[in-house]
Design a protein around this ligand. Structure first.
Ligand code: ADP
Ligand code: MG
Length: 320
């Protein structure tokens, strides 16, 4: 017998190919940070859902209930930010074992409430032993203004709205029971909602997404969906000062993910203008890291203008 298994992405491809879909202009289904649906005369509804699973996404004895609650919502808001939208409401589904303490659940909910997004429903069930958290976030975006992964153009400058790698190093330190300023970056990621909303106003901003699985993996989605390749200038990666751990700073920046800043592409001739108005508003620049190029979805890495014979891989579920 031939036993075979889906990877995370091949399973999503299989679903996308076979699922019934909603047809219509400017409707977006599986494949982007959010689905884009009809809403009213001026706006569209954007919807995203993300799960956190005990022992996969968090260890209960290493992270406070409050932080898990906070992060469950923040990672969903990050997908709303990735489209350039505004959050509207959240739904929360929870499964947990009967022996989970009341205090843990109260603190978890304080973390959920701390982001101050209307919580409009959900579901609560028991589980055998682990905690499963699933959040759906709804947002709105002006009609036709959602920034999609497929909107990248040949020659676009790629940039990020924040530093890369801090969360990955923070996770490592947390698991080693060490103190580090980076642990907070891992536990309390900030969804770049204002940044996404600001950038979405520019028509020369093209593709946008949030960085959840690591730049090396997330950028592949922009490349494949825009039918382009990319080059990354390793020396330009925005790496925070003091990044010292088991791996190289570049590896944390490209492979470890969960930084939840935004990755975007824009016309090269508009970079100066958009970046300086971004800096005026947010007090920090956009970080240019590379270029979108003609090609078949490959990423090439350059150091001192020399092409490096190396590939990087972000996080993928079901991979050991
Ligand atoms: P993100 O990291 O931005 O949350 P994912 O990589 O999790 O996005 O998912 C990629 C796309 O696949 C999204 O559009 C998501 O809605 C879709 N997707 C993932 N899993 C499923 C599933 N089980 N059924 C339908 N769509 C799915
Ligand atoms: Mg996303």
């Amino acid at each position: 017998v031939n036993i075979s298994f889906f990877t995370e992405f091949s399973f999503i491809d299989f679903i996308k190919k076979n699922a019934p879909t909603l047809e219509g202009t400017e409707i977006v289904g599986i494949g982007d940070d959010c689905a884009v649906l009809p809403y009213n005369n001026t706006h569209q509804l954007i919807v995203t859902t993300d799960s956190l699973v005990e022992n996969v996404h968090f260890l209960k004895n290493k992270v406070s209930a409050f932080d898990i609650g906070y992060k469950s919502i923040a990672v969903n808001l990050s997908d709303i930010a990735a489209m350039g939208g505004n959050p509207l409401a959240i739904f929360l589904s929870l499964s947990y074992p009967a022996n989970l303490k009341k205090q843990w659940l109260e603190e978890f909910m304080q973390g959920v409430f701390s982001l101050n997004i209307p919580l409009m429903g959900g579901d609560t069930t028991s589980s055998e032993s682990d905690i499963f958290i699933s959040v759906t976030a709804l947002g709105t975006i002006k009609k036709g203004k959602a920034k999609l992964r497929s909107m990248g153009k040949n020659g676009d400058i790629l940039c990020t709205t924040g530093y890369l790698g801090a969360s990955g190093l923070g996770l490592e330190k947390l698991l080693e029971n060490k103190k580090s300023i980076f642990i907070n970056d891992h536990l309390r990621p900030r969804a770049h909602l204002e940044e996404g909303h600001f950038l979405a106003r520019f028509k020369d901003v093209h593709a946008m997404m949030d960085i959840s699985d690591g730049l090396a993996s997330d950028l592949k989605h922009i490349c494949r969906q825009s039918n382009l390749s990319a080059s990354i200038d390793i020396d330009k990666l925005p790496i925070p000062k003091g990044m010292r751990g088991k791996k190289s700073p570049i590896s944390y920046a490209l492979e470890s993910g969960e930084d939840y800043c935004l990755l975007l592409s824009m016309s090269s001739h508009s970079f100066k203008k958009i970046s300086s108005s971004f800096e005026k508003k947010f007090g920090r620049p956009l970080y240019p890291i590379g270029t979108l190029l003609e090609g078949k979805g490959e990423i090439e890495y350059f150091k001192d203008n020399n092409k490096q014979d190396i590939q990087f891989y972000g996080y993928e579920h079901f991979k050991k």
